[in-house]
Design a protein around this ligand. Sequence first.
Ligand code: CAA
Length: 388
Amino acid sequence: AGADFDLFRTTEEHDMLREAVRSLAEAKIAPFAAEVDEQGRFPHEALEALQGSDLHAVHVPEEFGGAGADALATVIVIEEVARVCASSSLIPAVNKLGSLPVQLSGSPELKAKYLGALARGEGMFSYCLSEPDAGSDAAGMKTRAVRDGDFWVLNGVKRWITNAGVSEFYTVMAVTDPEKRSKGISAFVVEKGDVGVTFGAPEKKLGIKGSPTREVYLDNVRIPADRMIGEEGTGFATAMKTLDHTRVTIAAQAIGIAQGALDYAAGYVKERKQFGRPIGDFQGVQFMLADMAMKLEAARQLTYAAAARSQRVSHGGAHEDLTFFGAAAKCFASDAAMEITTDAVQLLGGYGYTRDYPLERMMRDAKITQIYEGTNQIQRIVMARNLP
Ligand code: CAA
């Protein structure tokens, strides 16, 4: 019974990791967060700081030279980075999303080559599933891969690709048998330097402005056949299994952003005086803070419960349980983050609405967590199909 109860608290190692990442994030990432947002530039200071501490792709197992963080430790890293800068938290998060297909289904050679390169900081990894006309209906993709001797030739357009252009490596899902819909999709590793790979103009977004989102164009990209991840026709299942794990990391971003907003607002109401006293003395303000903290804690507990499922799967546990929990954590935590950041702006009044304070940025950054890695409407479909 003791082991079951352990689910409800973090270990001392996890707590120490949180402290270490929090001080790194406050010293090396927070100072650039406003500038990165304002200028819409990649947070290279964050990449350097995270790589310097081996936190840029913490999930990579030790056997491939990675830090070997478990699913909860990965959540904690993402959470603490997102607390100060959501754009920077996409470095460890998208490195996991992009590389997990290789880790779950790749050949030993692919794992050694690409997980090793990722762990050593030789390049980041992006994930290419969505297309201009295939978002929620991911299996409706058009990108084609055709076999040619010892090669596959890829043609198509991938859209909404996080960190496109800055990443060296791309997991690309493509149709290898158009007759079979989801069973005719295969996954491949494509490199930025492969001939025929180019990128669209960066999207002009509401938030996460420091993380470039671009189209990826594949124009007769000819790659060796051993770059296929797993068996032909298993690419869609691999892509979905990956999302089951990484939706937990989106939940982590959401609770990190929400914690940042709550911390800031809770400090502000103690200083801000109106009617002769700090506004935090008023019960109307206290009730708002109480609701924000309650929702955040509920979201965090669900996220950690999902991380525990993700970890069990990595150790041979059943996958079904994770599908519901990953979707539920992502959906619940992102909705909570949107509410909490909106209320935090409200607590600062007119100041909250200006760029002189970080809360409007946090509110804009929170919005994407309700959309990417499957909209919250899609999460409800996934939950309904996989009720616990
Ligand atoms: N685990 C393992 N296999 C799975 C699976 C899962 N969770 N879900 C589906 N599969 C497999 C199954 O083998 C299934 O075949 P069976 O019939 O044998 O069971 C096959 O895939 C097809 O599954 P469905 O019939 O359920 O497929 P569907 O077309 O109805 O789609 C969906 C299901 C849940 C709607 C799916 O399309 C989906 O998740 N859509 C949202 C896509 C998404 O999240 N996109 C985000 C892109 S990533 C991103 O945002 C980029 C970024 O950079 C941040």
